[in-house]
Each structure stands twice: as structure tokens, then as C-alpha cells.
Design a protein around this ligand. Structure first.
Ligand code: CO8
Length: 259
């Protein structure tokens, strides 16, 4: 069964719901409407008794290559605060069913942040993870600085966040970001096999275990997210943000000035 949306596909296979990001022509760049569609669909499946587990994946060459830079390039701190898109992102943390990411190709910026919001992460061996925001004169804004640091520790997280380089799937695996690395041609199949094992476990146990494990990592997160958000908005008042995003759109190297 499939539901019509503009930027995602979604369907139920047995008791597993699948959400597939579906803007392959821009490597599934996450525009705001798409994030709204993903979150609404997650919430729908969370309430749907036919569903025990949710799988998130991407159509084409990427899971998601980040926030939609074209949409974001003209933003100011005030427009972003008014749109308040992170309120939508915050709803992902309220999903009580297991969410498994099946990550293909690229998971960059907001795409990596979406992955880090999932409970279990399977990736194809060729996936590139990373936070390239610094190269655009900004920084992660949807939880990346907090969640990556909680997973890999401060020093390693800073290295990736400051350099903005891509992390290979193997590096991500060694750093505890990814549960399993899988050959690309069987990634989705292997994810679904694992999802069907989880789907046979008692739903209430799964739910209460998830809640308890999240409590272990989440308690101080809210403070970090607020700080991250303020700093992310502030960078949209900089010349380097305009330069970084304009350079991406014009397919040239940026020239940053620290202003
Ligand atoms: N936004 C908009 N369009 C994009 C994006 C993006 N993030 N990524 C790729 N595209 C488009 C390209 O512009 C290109 O379009 P066109 O065919 O019209 O020229 C198409 O997708 C294919 O991409 P490429 O030709 O560049 O493909 P390559 O294989 O040569 O390169 C890369 C793949 C390396 C992934 C490259 O596309 C790239 O560097 N993309 C940008 C990655 C990036 O900087 N991501 C971070 C964005 S900022 C961010 O995520 C901030 C998060 C904050 C909060 C979250 C809110 C959602």
C-alpha cells in the first residue's frame, strides 16, 4: 500500500512501514515540505496498529545530501526563526516505534542529522557521511553537533565538524555511528530482514526499552540543541554564509573572510 506525497514514497510491507526519500534529481536534498512529509508520515505510522517498525531510506544515489541549499541560501535569522522548521525536527524524537535507517550513497548535513535521529543504522559500504556545513560558512542546525558528539566523543566530532570532510562508511562504522555495513545491492533486503526480526519482538518491550535508552543519552541534549540553533541562525547573518551557498549554486570554490 502506498501513500501519495510530493517528496517521499511510503508503504507497508507486512508489519514494516517504509519511508523512501524521493527527490533523486537533487540527491534527496531536504526542503522544508519534505521534512514535514517525513515527520507527518512517521507520526501516522507510529499510531498505526498494522506497523511495528519503520524503515527510512533514500531513492537513487543518496539517502540525503543535506538541507536544500537553494531553499536556504536567502534565509536570515529572522525568517528561519519565524518558519521554525526545527519544531518539526523535534517531533522525530517523540516517535515511539523503532526507526531503522537504511542509508545509501550520501548522508550529508541535514541528511546525516536525519540518520542520527534513527535508532538503528544500516549503511551500504560506499556511503559517505559528513557535515559539510562548515564549507558553506554555517554549521549543523538539526542536532548534528550534539548527536555526533554523543556517539563519537568530542575530539573526533570536532575533527569531522571543523574539516567538513566526508567520512567513509567504514570510518563511520569504526566510530560507532553505524550498526552494520552491507553491500549496496542487498542493503535494503538486509535491512528489511533485520526489521522483520525486530517486528516479531513484543511491541511494548521495544517501546519502553527505546524510552529508557533515550533517557540515558538525552537528558542534557535540550540545552545543547538550543545553543546549536541560536548559533546556526546567527551564521545566516554572515557574509560567509551568503558566499558559501552562492559558491555552491554557482559551482565554484568559496572565498571566506570571517565576516
Ligand atoms: N541542496 C540542493 N541541491 C543539491 C544538494 C543540496 N544539499 N546536494 C546536491 N544537490 C543537487 C546539485 O546541485 C545537483 O543539481 P544539478 O543537477 O541541477 O546541478 C544535483 O543535486 C546532483 O548533485 P551533484 O551534481 O553535485 O552530484 P555529485 O555526485 O557531483 O556530488 C555531492 C555529490 C558531493 C553530495 C554534492 O552534491 C554536494 O556537495 N552536495 C551538497 C552537500 C552539502 O553541502 N550538504 C549540506 C547542506 S547544509 C545542511 O544540510 C544544513 C542542515 C541544517 C538543518 C537541516 C535542515 C533540513
Amino acid at each position: 500500500m502506498s501513500n501519495a506525497h510530493q517528496f517521499i514514497e511510503s508503504w507497508i510491507e507486512d508489519s514494516i512501514a517504509v519511508i523512501q526519500l524521493n527527490r533523486p534529481e537533487v540527491l534527496n536534498a531536504l526542503n522544508r515540505e519534505m521534512v514535514e512529509e517525513i515527520v507527518e508520515t512517521l507520526e501516522g505510522y507510529d499510531k498505526d496498529d498494522r506497523v511495528r517498525v519503520i524503515v527510512l531510506t533514500g531513492n537513487g544515489r543518496a539517502f540525503a545530501a543535506g538541507a536544500d541549499i537553494d531553499e536556504m541560501s536567502a534565509d536570515t535569522p529572522i525568517t528561519m526563526d519565524s518558519i521554525n522548521q526545527f519544531a518539526t525536527w523535534d517531533r522525530i524524537a517523540l516517535i515511539r516505534k523503532p526507526i531503522i535507517a537504511s542509508v545509501n550513497g550520501f548522508a550529508l548535513g541535514g541528511g546525516f542529522e536525519l540518520v542520527l535521529n534513527c535508532d538503528i543504522i544500516f549503511a551500504d559500504e560506499n556511503t559517505q557521511f559528513g557535515f559539510p556545513e562548515v564549507n558553506l560558512g554555517v554549521m549543523p542546525g538539526a542536532g548534528g553537533t550534539q548527536r555526533l558528539t554523543k556517539v563519537m566523543g568530542k575530539a573526533k566530532a570536532l575533527e569531522w565538524l571543523w574539516l567538513g570532510e566526508s567520512m567513509t562508511a567504514l570510518e563511520a562504522y569504526k566510530n560507532g555511528v553505524v550498526n552494520r555495513l552491507i553491500a549496496p545491492e542487498v542493503l535494503f533486503e538486509e535491512t528489511m530482514k533485520f526489521a522483520s526480526k525486530i517486528a516479531k519482538q513484543p511491541p511494548l518491550s521495544l517501546r519502553f526499552i527505546k524510552e529508557a535508552v533515550n533517557k540515558a543519552v538525552d537528558s542534557p541534549l535540550v540545552d545543547g540543541l538550543q545553543l546549536e540553533r541560536k548559533n546556526f541562525y546567527l551564521l545566516f547573518d554572515s557574509e560567509d554564509q551568503t558566499e558559501g551557498m552562492q559558491a555552491f549554486i554557482e559551482k565554484r570554490k568559496p572565498n571566506f573572510k570571517g565576516k
